[in-house]
Design a protein around this ligand. Structure first.
Ligand code: AMP
Ligand code: MG
Length: 530
């Protein structure tokens, strides 16, 4: 593990040339203080965690001091914001300090170290270049929560705050986060070069760069030229489809799926007014500024494809129309395959069957009509017994409000499906481990009742590995924000960070973090203001 001064930089992006960015220095923060530090992210760049207690740590990550070997830039990009083309955006308040080079055996990776909220850049337009503590805490916690849920995402190394004031709807205090990702290149990066005819060569240059640096397996397998671009764009399409399927499965709404917030690596990028589904409603719009509901929860899969169409347009000088279409056509099947895989696991199903999509859709309909809490419901579903008894039925009638006909019908189908899997265990099953096979085999020798309770236990265990007990509910983030902003008490950020790091574990004593909001906490609104 390294000291701060030992981090080595290999700045690949600046080698693309000045058409791709502007050199700019961070605006030094006044009297910076460490608000949160993430040892997991530090490990990714080989940084010794104890370095966070050095005064230099604050200097480097608040923009006061430059790392030897860093080469700070703001990246240029454009994008479609709420469906409207904006010819030039760019890092208006983020500065890429440089790329930290990591060697792990034979593998070499670079991690972008980006300060977000570090002051004006040539792309700041009407903004001030800053970020507020509130939104910085939200970005920090959510990135880590998503990572722990197994969802590709940018990470955050630390939050640094200060007494400096920033004006939004009200006066707030300034903060800077250090965001990390293998790359911050976006769909909008390609749009920028496509939309500026004098720069059109930039599309190819950027595509070649992204393929070489981040898709080496495609570079190795496919000859240069349209075939290679098509293979790469197909992979971007599939990654995006799988990412959004994962969002849908955990009930995550991004909130601002503009093309400038779409990562070319298929990462969740830019945490603004996001939200985790609580009372299940497919029409849920987490972003208070999204009046039309363009980015409603149920719209996300379609918006993902819309955004890929915009990217396809920007890549149209690199390959034929047929190739672009063939890549885009992989989106829907990839999405559905991933979605069904994730939901089968959420239901504890081990086998693929034709009616699965229907079974899932029917359950979601019941959940919607019963207004259940999305995460808690899936967690409790693991306790459903194959042989219904009164106590077990009561768990669900309590949760659903009252005994429901649609629920009874659905559980009949579900139980029949589970019994079918029990009988044929080991045949055509997916993701079934040796242990599960052995467990199931032993169960054959037991009485029918014992058999079903063995199955119940194994299924609950499986389901608990994929249905999170803890998600970042807005009111939980807000409690951490309020303590930090009003009392300079940062302990709740750390507590929440620790809870969200193990979202599938029982974590006795942390039950309060599973509760939906009550009273005024129900009305917390999040908007684009950050
Ligand atoms: P976002 O909605 O955070 O994805 O930002 C969209 C665009 O606005 C990006 O180009 C940002 O860099 C820019 N932006 C957002 N907030 C600010 C700010 N406070 N100052 C300057 N630029 C900003
Ligand atoms: Mg953005």
């Amino acid at each position: 593990m390294k000291r701060l001064e030992e981090l080595t930089f290999n700045n690949t992006y600046v080698k693309l040339g000045e058409a791709f960015f502007s050199r700019v220095l961070p605006t030094p923060m006044v009297d910076p203080v460490l608000i949160a530090f993430n040892p997991d992210a530090a490990r990714l760049i080989g940084l010794d965690s104890s370095e966070s207690s050095r005064p230099e740590f604050l200097q480097y990550f608040s923009g006061q001091k430059l790392f030897p070997g860093s080469d700070p830039i703001a990246m240029v990009y454009s994008g479609h914001q709420f469906g409207v083309r904006v010819p030039r955006l760019g890092d208006g308040r983020a500065i890429l300090l440089g790329e930290v080079a990591i060697e792990d055996g034979n593998r070499k990776t670079n991690w972008d170290l980006q300060l977000k909220g570090s002051g004006l850049t040539p792309y700041s337009r009407m903004g001030d270049g800053y970020a507020v503590l509130r939104s910085s805490i939200r970005e920090y916690l959510c990135g880590e929560a998503m990572h722990a849920l197994g969802i590709p995402t940018t990470r955050t190394l630390c939050i640094i705050g200060s007494e400096e004031k920033v004006f939004r709807e009200e006066t707030e205090s300034r903060a800077v986060i250090t965001r990390m990702a293998p790359s911050h290149v976006r769909f909008g990066s390609f749009e920028y070069f496509f939309q500026h005819p004098s720069q059109i060569g930039g599309v190819q240059k950027l595509a070649d760069y992204v393929i070489t640096e981040y898709y080496p397996e495609i570079e190795a397998a496919v000859e240069p030229g349209p075939e290679r671009y098509c293979a790469w764009f197909t992979e971007v399409t599939k990654r995006t489809a799988r990412l959004i399927a994962k969002w849908q499965a955990v009930g995550f709404s991004h909130g601002v799926m503009n093309t400038d917030n779409m990562s070319i690596l298929g990462l969740t990028l830019d945490y603004g007014p996001y939200g985790f589904m609580e009372e299940f409603d497919p029409a849920f719009v987490c972003n208070h500024s999204d009046e039309q509901g363009r980015y409603a929860f149920s719209q996300q899969p379609g918006i993902g494809l819309w955004n890929l169409n915009v990217l396809a347009h920007s890549l149209s000088t690199l390959m034929s129309r047929e190739q672009l279409v063939s890549a885009l056509e992989t989106y829907e099947p990839t999405f559905h395959e991933e979605y069904l895989k994730l939901f089968r696991a959420k239901l504890g199903l081990k086998q693929k069957q034709d009616g699965d999509a229907g079974l899932i859709a029917e359950l979601l309909k019941v959940m919607e009509e019963a207004h259940v809490d999305y995460s808690n419901f899936f967690r409790v579903l693991g306790r459903l017994k194959l042989e219904a008894d009164e106590a077990n039925e009561k768990i669900f009638s309590d949760l659903l409000g009252f005994p429901r006909q649609d629920w009874r019908q659905w559980t009949e189908l579900y139980r029949a499906r589970l019994r079918g899997e029990g009988e044929q265990s080991g045949q055509g099953s997916i993701n079934q481990s040796h242990d599960q096979n052995v467990t199931a085999q032993k169960a054959v020798n037991h009485s029918a009742a014992q058999n079903s309770s063995v199955q119940d236990l194994a299924r609950e265990k499986r389901m608990n590995l994929v249905n999170p007990k803890f998600v970042l509910r807005n009111h939980l983030a807000q409690r951490a924000i309020d303590a930090a902003v009003k009392n300079k008490d940062y302990s709740e950020i750390e507590r929440l960070f620790q809870v969200l790091r193990n979202p599938y574990d029982e974590q006795s004593g942390s039950e309060q973090y599973t509760l939906p909001p009550t009273g005024a906490e129900k009305n917390i609104q999040v908007s684009c203001s950050s």
